[in-house]
Design a protein around this ligand. Structure first.
Ligand SMILES: [Zn+2]
Length: 238
């Protein structure tokens, strides 16, 4: 295709750098214990690994301090905000101090005031800051939190975090790994019930092999990585 055939409304490839990539407001919501904070930390990890700089915001984290912490033990320093914090100012002050802010991670986003959600949308649209917000869907009366409702109204993407088993890394666990004597195996009978291990194989000394199952994300399933704390005999065997 020659240049003259390119529709005039489409900028030539060389012009793309003049137009910053559009930023997004993404909202993940779900019930308690669905792994939101873990997912928040995972998103932060993935972003920072690409060389991007983020600020983590929270209010009333379960650790009681300015951190985002998850029940699986991950934890990261965060900035404690309250309903009166102007999130645009917070970012601009960082920029004024020479700090880069490419994205925001907002945990406990259900506690945001609706006006703060408007501020987040403005940061996305006017300042090209990506925002990843994580919060509870409904309160104890099964009503949307005000912050949650506003996020649902404005976010580019709204995702419900299903109550599910997570891989040790924090990503959704989608695949079952069979672990024999602490090593993931990929071959064998389709069904092996863990509490009735297969008969001893020749060469294993005739002892009973320990068989268990572990849920992993696709990547760690492909790699056969069972996590930093390989389950010992104390782990629940299914
Ligand atoms: Zn994983």
């Amino acid at each position: 295709m020659t240049d003259t055939e390119v529709p005039s409304s489409v900028p030539a490839a060389g012009d793309r750098r003049r137009f910053p990539a559009p930023a997004h407001l993404v909202f993940f919501h779900g019930p308690m214990d669905c792994g939101k904070s873990t997912l928040a930390l995972q998103v932060d990890h993935n972003q920072s690994r690409q060389g991007r700089h983020g600020v983590l915001l929270t209010q009333g984290d379960r650790s009681g301090g300015p951190r985002i912490s998850s029940r699986v033990g991950l934890s990261r320093q965060a900035v404690e905000i309250d309903g009166g914090t102007d999130l645009r100012l917070l970012v601009r002050e960082r920029w004024a101090a020479g700090e880069r802010v490419d994205y925001l991670i907002v945990d406990e986003a259900q506690f945001l005031a609706p006006t703060q959600v408007d501020q987040l949308a403005e940061l996305v649209d006017e300042s090209h800051v990506d925002v990843y917000a994580f919060g509870l869907t409904t309160d104890f009366r099964a009503r949307l939190f005000p912050g949650t409702q506003r996020l649902m109204e404005l976010a580019d993407t709204v995702e419900r975090v299903q109550v599910q088993v997570l891989c040790w890394c924090g990503l959704p666990g989608k695949l079952n790994a069979r672990v024999v004597d602490g090593v993931m195996v990929r071959e064998g009978a389709t069904v092996v019930v863990a509490d009735t291990a297969p008969p001893p194989q020749p060469g294993t000394g005739g002892r009973q092999r320990e068989v268990r199952y572990q849920v992993l994300c696709r990547r760690h399933h492909a790699r056969g990585e069972l996590g930093p704390t390989p389950a010992g005999p104390g782990q629940l065997a299914l």
